[in-house]
Design a protein around this ligand. Structure first.
Ligand SMILES: [Fe+2]
Length: 310
C-alpha cells in the first residue's frame, strides 16, 4: 500500500520574520520552534509549512504520510529502486524514512494519520432553483479574514518530470490523475485523495512551483486573494477555474517569488474509482474561466540568480 497523503513541506528563506509575516497574512497560524517558523492551519494539529533560515528561498524537503504497516514495504521498494537514504535534518528527527530522489530532492515518508481539519460549513448559496438562504443577506458580508483549512498539494519542479511520475507511481504508489503534454503530471493517492496531492513540472532542477491550500468555498478563494492584495502582496494568477482538477484558484507571490494558492472545489478521486487520466495538451485551454496562465508562472526562481532573488 502506498503513500496516502501530503504532510507538510519545509523551505529555507533568508528572513524568517518576513516569511512568518507572509504566512500569517495568508491566514495561517505561525509559531517559533527550534529556531524555525512552523505554519499551521487554524483548527488543524499538523505542521503545513516549516521555514528554516537559509541563504535563499529553496525547497528543503517534502514529507508524505503512510500507514505504519506500509512503511517496511515502502522502504524495500525504495531500496530496490536504488534510492539514496539519508539522515533526518537537524530538528526534524521525528523518524520515518528519509531519502534523496533522482533530482537530489530530500524526501520524507512518515507513519502518520492526516490530522482532521476545520469542517465548518460555507454559507448557504442560492441557485436559480433552490434558495437555502431565505430572507437573509449572505454571511460573507461580515468579511472575516480567510483562513485556509489544510495544505492540499504541492507542485514540484523536476528535471525529469516523466521519470518522477514513474517513480511516484512504481515506488511511492501514487497514480496519474491528468497531465499537460510532457511537462506537467498530477498525481493522486489511490486510497482516496484530491485530484492531486503532488504534481511534477519540468524544470532545470528541483524546487517548489506552488503549494495549494484549501479554503471553505469558492468565495473564500476570491476573498483570500483580495486579502493579500490589500496587504500589498502580488497576485500571480487568478481568480479562475482549472480544467485539470476543476478547482477554483487564486495564486499569490510570496516575498521570494514563490507561489501559494487558495483553492476550493477540487475533484476528489475515491478509493477504487475508475478514473481516466487525460492529457490536456490536446485541449484549447487548461482554464475553464479566468485569464490565461501568466508567462512567469512556470519559472523556477529557486534555480535562477538575478532580479527577483533577494
Ligand atoms: Fe494548485
Amino acid at each position: 500500500m502506498p503513500v496516502r497523503n501530503l504532510q507538510y513541506y519545509a523551505q529555507t528563506v533568508p528572513d524568517l520574520e518576513v516569511g512568518r509575516k507572509f504566512f500569517n497574512d495568508f491566514g495561517l497560524e505561525t509559531a517559533e520552534r527550534d529556531g524555525m517558523v512552523v505554519c499551521r492551519c487554524a483548527g488543524r494539529d499538523q505542521d503545513q509549512v516549516v521555514l528554516v533560515e537559509g541563504k535563499r528561498k529553496r525547497l528543503h524537503h517534502v514529507s508524505f504520510g503512510a500507514r505504519e504497516g506500509d512503511m517496511d514495504e515502502l522502504r524495500s521498494r525504495l531500496e530496490a529502486a536504488g534510492a539514496e537514504f539519508a539522515g533526518a535534518p537537524e530538528h526534524f528527527d521525528r523518524g520515518g524514512i528519509w531519502f534523496r530522489d533522482m533530482d537530489g530532492m530530500l524526501t520524507n515518508i512518515q507513519a502518520a494519520e492526516p490530522a482532521p481539519w476545520d469542517e465548518g460549513l460555507a454559507p448557504d448559496f442560492n441557485t436559480p432553483t433552490r434558495h437555502p438562504r431565505l430572507g437573509e443577506r449572505t454571511a460573507l458580508i461580515e468579511d472575516p479574514p480567510v483562513r485556509p483549512r489544510r495544505l492540499g498539494h504541492v507542485v514540484l519542479f523536476a528535471r525529469d518530470a516523466a521519470g518522477k511520475q514513474k517513480f511516484y507511481t512504481d515506488v511511492m504508489g501514487l497514480a496519474l490523475a491528468d497531465s499537460v503534454a510532457d511537462f506537467l503530471h498530477f498525481m493522486y493517492a489511490p486510497t482516496g485523495s484530491d485530484h492531486h496531492i503532488v504534481a511534477f513540472a519540468k524544470s532545470g532542477g528541483y524546487g517548489i512551483q506552488h503549494a495549494g491550500f484549501e479554503v471553505g468555498s469558492t468565495d473564500e478563494v476570491g476573498m483570500g486573494g483580495r486579502q493579500m492584495v490589500d496587504k500589498g502582496y502580488i497576485a500571480s494568477w487568478g481568480p479562475g477555474r482549472h480544467g485539470p482538477g476543476s478547482n477554483v484558484f487564486f495564486y499569490m507571490r510570496d516575498p521570494w517569488n514563490g507561489i501559494v494558492e487558495y483553492f476550493a472545489d477540487m475533484d476528489f478521486i475515491p478509493e477504487g474509482a475508475d478514473w481516466n487520466a487525460e492529457n490536456w495538451a490536446s485541449k484549447e485551454s487548461t482554464v475553464v474561466w479566468g485569464t490565461s496562465e501568466p508567462k512567469d508562472f512556470p519559472t523556477n526562481f529557486e534555480i535562477l540568480d538575478g532580479p527577483g532573488m533577494h
